[in-house]
Design a protein around this ligand. Sequence first.
Ligand code: IFM
Length: 429
Amino acid sequence: MSAGDLLFSTSDLLIGVATSALQIEGGDRNNNWYDWSKLSRTIKDGSTPERATDHWRRWREDTELMASLGLQTYRMSVEWSRIEPRPGEIDRAALERYRQELQAIRDVGIVPLVTLHHFSQPSWFQGLGGFSSPYAVDRFLSFASVVVKELGDLVSDWVTINEPNVHAVQSYLFNEGPPARRDFAALRQVLRHMARAHCRAYHLIHGLQPDAKVGAAHHARVFAPRTARNPVHRAAAYVDRQLFQEILADAMLGGRFHRLLGPAPDVTPGPHYDFLGINYYSRSAVRGIGDGTFPGVPVNDLGWEIYPQGVVEVAADLHARYPGPIWITENGTADGLDRFRSRFIYEHLQQIAASGLPFERYYHWCFVDNWEWTEGEAMRFGIVANDYDTQERTVRDSGRFLEQIIAHGGVTGSMYEEFVAGQTYPLGP
Ligand code: IFM
């Protein structure tokens, strides 16, 4: 084998990056996360999403940078609080701004995938109780219908809702997002309403755009018993997995609502997806209510285990119950010094390429370093570094590596030597 031969091929995949509006745009104060970030001690570094990466104004240069890297697809979200700043009032200028960006993305040959809800929501909607409100599903559907009618000539691929399970637990269990209240009744309502909203949005979008591809971005992790022989750890891993992801997957993908979620009379059981959207990051070692990592495993800057085979494990599980094309709607790592991100990309894509499963797309999270919710500006997930004071972008080596993977349709021996061979992961405690 020569250095120019492919170690594995990615030619069956469309490869790109993912972002979300609030984490990059800046300048919007009309949303629940801005409100919450202004309260003391909510965001670790005291930042707010008001600065972010100023993408709202810098979208042209960001689009050019994506094109220069040869990215094939781009997952972005539209910010509800900009488009519907007050209930029922649509901001045409905001829609026009998204039109321009989407047109530019298409003009450079990048396929857009647009998310309708990615954690943040208008302050007025939060005031109603957010997704715990009995009005939430209808409110969301009316927003979704405006977006699809207005932007549907430029977009045919949609993610309805990003990570409902994370949204619900961060806000109603772990105090890591607005309204930061431990409230099991609200948690259950939010999950049920988001799953209903997804299922109904699936039909609504197809009614407007019969050829659209519609899915949700489901956050799936591997839950493993901390000690395989320990029955308590095994039971806890099973329960965590069911409660955090499987029950929700059954509701969103299959339209089947477990009694723990409560009834959904407006949803008919059956497939509610055109692709399985999976956000995969890590594995949890479970021993009870809390979880952690196995001792001495590779970890990123946030202490999350780096477990590349997990991307196939979660996809295989889901695909066995819900067959269909698999889109990795997010996969990435916090690595401020870019010491191991190329290896991370290499090992995850290698797993995908060897799996035999119908993976169609891979979105690396994220493009430019962005505002990482409660972590603020400190955690760096980007293949492009951002200097928040100057907003200067610098492509990291991992960005160059992704660029070459796309250009070559896989990883060659010489690319491996240049980008991956010298990288090792930090080990956790
Ligand atoms: O930044 C987030 C994103 O908004 C949702 N999925 C996980 C990412 C990294 O934490």
